[in-house]
Design a protein. Structure first.
Length: 181
């Protein structure tokens, strides 16, 4: 398995920064990607932690009361009164667990919009923000993630994502891994 991460769009007046996260099956046979027990693979990722603030990756097809249609105070930030309100609203609208079958050489990818958490200050304070994601795969097509126990889960790997915000407002992302989980 291999992974990739790329910037699709830098932040503009009309659109938040957008990244694409992908996984490719480098095997010569089909595999089924399954998320860990907590979430759907690559759809929901934990907040990207930075030195002063957190950055959130939100699937671009997601809608929620806290996801703004326009910049707030010049920044792409959640529209919520508290960090816990923003987090609970986003979590409530995430999908149920899913699996995804990949044939040899096939790629699974999803695009995310990038949002700042609440607060004042620069939109994306320059620096690095990191998060990780654990994925598993099995050669048993259609096997549901909820049925997989740790002992028979098959191979697992961890992806480490790093988003870098520059002082000029540009954003980049990369991924390290897959590393055995």
């Amino acid at each position: 398995m291999s992974a990739d991460a790329s910037m699709v769009q830098q932040p503009t007046e009309d659109h938040p920064p957008t990244v694409e996260l992908g996984v490719t099956n480098d095997h010569d046979r089909s595999v089924t990607l399954v998320p860990d027990s907590s979430d759907a693979m690559l759809y929901y990722l934990p907040p990207m932690e930075g030195e002063t603030v957190d950055i959130y990756l939100v699937p671009e097809d997601l809608s929620s009361g806290v996801i703004p249609n326009a910049r707030i105070d010049g920044c792409w930030r959640f529209d919520a009164d508290s960090e816990s309100e923003a987090a609970s609203e986003v979590i409530q609208v995430r999908p149920s667990q899913i699996t995804h079958e990949l044939g040899p050489g096939e790629r699974y990818a999803i695009r995310h919009e990038v949002y700042h958490n609440l607060g004042s200050g620069p939109c994306f304070p320059d620096g690095e923000y990191t998060t990780s994601k654990r994925l598993m795969f099995t050669e048993e097509p259609g096997k549901r993630a909820v049925a997989i126990e740790k002992e028979d889960a098959g191979p697992a790997f961890r992806l480490e994502y790093t988003l870098t915000a520059e002082a000029d407002g540009t954003v980049s992302i990369n991924v390290d891994g897959p590393d055995p989980a």
